[in-house]
Design a protein around this ligand. Structure first.
Ligand code: ZN
Ligand code: ZN
Length: 118
């Protein structure tokens, strides 16, 4: 039988979020703040509990994500991004940068932090 897999955080075991908000890290753990590339997460069997948690974390992250400026990405709604000469981060307004900063600080504050006892 082919079991469904889910990517969880190697530190706290919570489901990770797929995002472009962090440079070089496609996966982010909302719970401990750990981020890693595509192969840095741990794949485990997708239980009902893990799937529900993932949905919940994604819902929370979606709200915060609106204020995050993705690293190395273009904003489809932005005129300056159209010619793809520079990423949106390079010409973001002061207001956008402030919102991004606050959103990143918020993520840091709600996470329990990666345990570095290994
Ligand atoms: Zn974690
Ligand atoms: Zn732009």
């Amino acid at each position: 039988m082919n079991k469904e897999g889910i990517t969880v955080c190697p530190y706290c075991g919570e489901p990770m979020i797929y995002t472009f908000a962090f440079s070089g890290s496609e996966y982010y753990c909302l719970i401990c703040g750990y981020d890693c590339g595509l192969f840095g997460g741990k794949i485990v069997e997708a239980t009902k509990e893990l799937k529900y948690k993932k949905k919940l974390y994604e819902k929370i992250f979606t709200v915060v994500n609106k204020d995050l400026i993705p690293v190395g990405a273009y904003n489809p709604k932005c005129k300056k991004c159209k010619d793809m000469k520079e990423t949106h981060l390079e010409h973001a307004t002061e207001k956008e940068l402030l919102k991004d900063k606050i959103a990143r600080e918020f993520l840091k504050n709600i996470s329990i932090g990666v345990k570095e006892d290994e």
